[in-house]
Design a protein around this ligand. Structure first.
Ligand SMILES: [Ca+2]
Ligand SMILES: [Ca+2]
Length: 215
């Protein structure tokens, strides 16, 4: 037994165990392991991948993940497997807030003859997969009105392919006094942001629309 750990036997044991060598490749050490120090994509085992595929998604040298159905690999987002935008998904487009200039730029006068602020309504015509629908918010007086009514619910498909028509109106005693109007076709980026801020033509201010998915 005293010869069990002789130098020759020790060399034989080390050779069989591999001593960190992997079938002739470089030795696996902390420096050669796939990780944040040598991989800007993601690590699949010990292999660095670009990290932009649904099957191998990731960044910064973390472990690759597989994005499940209804998501797509978006390494710069959180979560990195971002939900897809199904074209048949239903969305609420809601006029949220506005900032209106205190004077009507067209004549430099207050919106109303008694110098009171405007009484603002947002009328919106929304595309659908059938006939367009037109709705109005309630009337809110002031230069920074906000609303939670009005708006419309329609499909992503319709909103990506046809414009919204938006009329911002000051309600007066006998008639609708137009403040501004515009048309705008939403983009996939707008859906991801969940919000759109539009400058109102005529240097009148801004209008914020919120986008919320509906079941
Ligand atoms: Ca007016
Ligand atoms: Ca008015």
């Amino acid at each position: 037994m005293k010869h069990l750990f002789s130098p020759l036997l020790l060399i034989a044991i080390l050779a069989v165990s591999g001593c960190g060598y992997d079938d002739g490749e470089l030795p696996i050490t902390p420096d050669t392991l796939c990780g944040p120090h040598n991989c800007s994509g993601c690590c699949l085992g010990n292999t660095c991948q670009p990290g932009t595929l649904d099957t191998t998604c990731g960044k910064g040298g973390g472990a690759c993940v597989t994005c499940q159905a209804e998501t797509r690999c978006s390494p710069d987002k959180n979560p990195i497997c971002a939900p897809k935008l199904p074209l048949d998904s239903s969305w609420k487009v809601q006029p949220s807030t506005a900032n209106i200039e205190p004077l009507d730029p067209s004549d430099g006068l207050s919106w109303d003859a008694d110098n009171s602020p405007p009484d603002v309504v947002v009328e919106m015509t929304c595309p659908t997969d059938g006939a367009p629908i037109t709705t109005r918010t309630s009337e809110i007086s002031g230069l920074t009105p906000s609303w939670s009514d009005g708006g419309c619910t329609t499909t992503a498909n319709a909103l990506l392919n046809s414009p919204l028509t938006v009329n911002v109106i000051d309600i007066d005693f006998a008639f609708d006094d137009p403040i501004s109007s515009f048309q705008y076709t939403l983009t996939a980026a707008d859906f991801e942001a969940g919000v759109v801020v539009r400058t109102l033509p005529g240097n009148v201010g801004t209008l914020t629309l919120r986008l919320q998915p509906r079941q």
